[in-house]
Design a protein around this ligand. Structure first.
Ligand SMILES: NC(=O)c1ccc[n+]([C@@H]2O[C@H](COP(=O)([O-])OP(=O)(O)OC[C@H]3O[C@@H](n4cnc5c(N)ncnc54)[C@H](O)[C@@H]3O)[C@@H](O)[C@H]2O)c1
Ligand SMILES: [Zn+2]
Length: 401
């Protein structure tokens, strides 16, 4: 039987008033060093770029591990505000808040900080400045965006991942009910201040994990960047300054371009073009109770999906080996026992990540796979058997079993 097409009901102009408007967003992403050095003009510029000639009120929140690694930082922020008192008014001493993925798993912290913004009389013309890793910035951005329906926020990302990916984008959120980024919103920052100096105190694990997003975006967007990453893998692994800063700039550029020119900055459609390798990565973070860093899970997810693309006949054989070899040279471990966790019926839990990925956006399942190095391609169906084969391929390489 042929299904009849649903009839579109015509409504007259008297029945429906069509509302329509667009909002333009723009924000600068600065690249600087020693951002809170009183001679550095960047923060003053960021605060007053829209309305010059007034004192801008702001509250600052600092990642606890950043504060511990930079013991004078909190005083430097206060001293900076004092030195620039003509343009800014720091409403309270910068507050040190817990850090790492746990801050996205703690709804009480979000409530406490929203309440704190109320106590500090932060309004929609004031600013919230977050200084920290991607997790803290996702959470602080969410706090700012939901207080008074949207307080301006400025991000000072302090990890490789936050400088080259999460911090320069438009998404904010926290985890809830066992799901990554279940609660959140699209709220572009007012400005992003990337200070390369902060990266010096990162744990080696966090310096490396953020490079996974660079490999990801190079694979789907920029073949020459992928080759550059291969050629510079040793320098990147050792965190040689100029290689790392070049990688961060190119990666940030590619992410910013996708948001500005990709046609769907707030992801209203079904596609998540920048989330190559992420359907399994997000699930793996949850399955390992966040023992894996986001970047580490992304490295595994990207390797799996590259192998899948080869198996599916989309991508020439050998690219999978190249991607695997690059991640190994960069220092990634690409296996975690939780990848093989099963439910009571013996099904692999990682596969639930496919439906969760679809459900996060709604609509038809849309996953980016690889057609060539530098060229992603969306597919609407994943073959679970092929995924399991890709997992076996990776397990053999990583565990010998
Ligand atoms: N919003 C987005 O578009 C987007 C995109 C990608 C990832 N993310 C999110 O970003 C998060 C991961 O971010 P991350 O990799 O920065 O992890 P993270 O924020 O957990 O930081 C890693 C660790 O480094 C510490 N740290 C941060 N800066 C430091 C410094 N300069 N010196 C010493 N220690 C420092 C942190 O306290 C933390 O313990 C995940 O929650 C992920 O979901 C968001
Ligand atoms: Zn990511």
């Amino acid at each position: 039987m042929i299904a009849k097409a649903a009839k579109v009901v015509e409504l007259t102009a008297a029945t429906v008033y069509q509302q329509e408007f667009t909002i333009r967003y723009d924000y600068p992403v600065y690249f600087t060093e020693r951002v809170f050095d009183r001679d550095n003009p960047v923060l003053a510029h960021a605060l007053s770029r829209r309305e010059s000639g007034k004192r801008h009120r702001f509250a600052a929140f600092v990642d606890a591990n950043v504060a511990a690694s930079w013991p004078t930082l909190v005083h430097e922020i206060a001293a900076y505000a004092q030195a620039h008192a003509d343009t800014m008014d720091l409403v309270a001493p910068p507050e040190v808040v817990p850090a790492g993925e746990q801050v996205k798993n703690d709804p009480m912290l979000v409530t406490r900080l929203q309440q704190r913004l109320g106590e500090l009389a932060i309004d929609r013309h004031s600013y919230v400045v977050g200084v920290g890793g991607g997790a803290l910035l996702d959470m602080i951005g969410f706090v700012a965006a939901t207080t008074h329906r949207g307080v301006r926020h400025i991000r000072v990302p302090t990890t490789v991942l936050a400088q080259n990916d999460s911090g320069v984008g438009v998404k904010n959120g926290i985890n809830a009910f066992g799901k990554k980024n279940f609660l959140g919103c699209f709220a572009p920052p007012h400005a992003v201040l990337n200070d390369f100096d902060f990266l010096r105190t990162l744990h080696p694990r966090d310096r490396i994990s953020g490079i996974a997003e660079a490999v990801k975006v190079s694979l789907i967007r920029d073949a020459m960047f992928f080759e550059w990453l291969e050629a510079n893998a040793d320098a990147l692994r050792e965190c040689v300054a100029n290689a790392t800063s070049r990688m961060i700039r190119r990666c940030a550029e590619l992410h910013m371009r996708q948001i500005a020119q990709g046609g769907d900055p707030f992801e209203c459609g079904s596609g998540r073009p920048l989330d190559y390798g992420h359907w399994s990565a997000h699930k793996l973070e949850a399955l390992t109770a966040h023992e894996l860093r986001h970047g580490e899970a992304v490295a595994i997810g990207v390797t799996l999906d590259t192998r899948y693309s080869v198996q599916a006949g989309m991508l020439p054989a050998g690219v999978d080996e190249r991607v695997y070899a690059l991640f190994k040279r960069l220092g990634f471990h690409l296996w975690h026992p939780a990848m093989e966790s099963r439910d009571d019926h013996g099904s692999f839990l990682i596969l639930d990540g496919i439906e969760e990925f679809r459900e996060h956006l709604g609509g038809e399942l849309t996953v980016t796979m690889l057609r060539a190095i530098g060229r992603g391609e969306e597919v609407n169906n994943l073959d679970r058997g092929q995924i399991m084969q890709a997992m076996s391929w990776l397990r053999r390489r990583e565990t010998g079993g």
